[in-house]
Design a protein around this ligand. Sequence first.
Ligand code: TRP
Length: 463
Amino acid sequence: MSTSTRGSFSSRIGFIAAAAGSAVGLGNIWKFPYEVGNYGGAAFLIIYVLCAFIICMPIMVAEIAMGRNAQLNPFGTYKKLGGKGWAWAGFFGILAGVMILSFYNVVAGWAFGYFLQISFGDLLAQGDYGAYFGRYVANVGDNMVFSLAFMVLTALIVVGGVQKGIERWTKILMPALISIILVLIIYGLTLDNAFKGIEFYLVPDFGKINMEVLYKALSQAFFSLSLGMGALITYGSYFSKKDNIVSSAALVTTADLSIAFLAGMLIFPLVFFQGIAPTEGPGLVFVALPGIFEAMGPILGRVVGGGFFLLLCFAALTSTISLLEVPVAFVTDQFKTGRKKTVWLLAVLIFLIGLPSMLSQGAVSWLTEFVSYGGQTRDFMTVVIDIFSDIALPLGGFLISIFVAYKWKIARFSDELEHGHPKFRGTWEEKFVTIMLSTLSPLIVGFIVLATILERFAGISLF
Ligand code: TRP
C-alpha cells in the first residue's frame, strides 16, 4: 500500500524521535514541576510514574496501532475502524488538541521571551523574579509578538511535512536539552538546602494522596505523553508496518518520564535554596531559575540561562508541531485541501483562539477572574486547561480503550501489533496490554475522571 501522498517516517528511530519530541515539552519542564509542587511532592511523583507505565502506555500502544491500521487522522481512523457513530470521538480529540495548542503556544511564547530577555535583555538584573514574571505575563505587547512568532515557527516546520520537518530537529535538540539539564542539576545540588528540595521531591508522604492528587497525576501523565486526543493516532499513521509498536511505545514513555524526572531534580533544589514556595503554581520554573542564572554572573548567566530557555523552546516546538499536525491531517485527509494552505489557516485560527488565554494572565481583569468553581477563582487559561487537557485527555483515553477492546476488538488490534513484532501473541506484553485496555484502564480512568468532575463541579465527594 502506498503511503507516499500522506508522508511517513523514514525509520523506527525517526518515529521514536518524533513521538518523544511530541511528548517532551513544556509538560515536562513547566507543568510537571509545578504540579508536583502543588499536589504533594514525592507522593504525586509515585502516582504519576504508575499512571504513565500501567495505565497510559497500553493506551499509547492502542493509539499508534489504530492510526497505523487506518492510515488516517483521528476522525478518519475512528470512522474507518468503528463507523460513523465513533467518528465524533476522533473529532472531539482533534478539538481538544486545537484548544491545547491555543494555550500551549502562549506558554511557549513566555519561554521564547525569557530566552530573548535573558540572552539579550536585562532580565537577570531584576532581583524579584516572582514580581517580574507577574508583570511579564500581563504584558500584552511582548506576549503577542513572542507567541505569534512561535506559531509561525511551528507552521513553517509543519509545512515542511513529516520527515524533513518533524524528524530532523528532534534528533539533534533532545540530547542538547538533556545535557544542559544535567549540568544544572549538578550545580543545583551543591547549593544550600538542595537536599530539602530532594526530600520534598523523593521522600513520599502517603498521607498527601487524595482524589485530586490521583486525578492530577493521571491527567498530567496523559498530557505529558501527548495521549488521549489522537496525536499518536496521527503519528501512528506515518509509522511503518515493519516496526514494533509495543517496544517503541515503551521507549517513548521511558524517555518522557526520564525528562520529567530530571526537571524535578533540577527545580526543587533551586526552589528550596531560594526559599520559593513549591506551591508557586504555573510560574514556578520561570521564578526558580533566573535567580540561579543571575548568581552565575552576567556573562555565564546569559549563556547558560539563555541556552536553557532556548532548548526549552525547541522542546516546546517539537510538541506544538505534533499538536498542529493533528488538525492539519484531519483537514487534508477529510477535505483533500492543500497542505500548505491548511497549515497557515489553522495556525492563524489557533493563534486567535489563544488570545483570551493570553490575556487572562493579568492583562484583562474579567478574563483573569473568569469563573469560580471548586472554591477558587480561575482565569480563562486555567479553565481551558481544566476542560481540554485535564478532563478531555483522560476521557479520550477512556474512549480509546473501550473502542479497541469492544468495537475494533482485541483480535484485530493484536493482528496489527504482530506487524513488526511477529511473536507478540502469547507474550506477557500481550496479556498486560489486553487486560489493561479491556478492563483496568477504562475502570480506573473512568472512575477517577467521574469522581473528580463530581467533586469539582458539583461539590459531591465520593470519599
Ligand atoms: N506532551 C507535550 C508536553 O508535555 C504536549 C503535547 C504535545 C500534547 N502534543 C500533545 C498534549 C497532544 C496532549 C496531546 O509538553
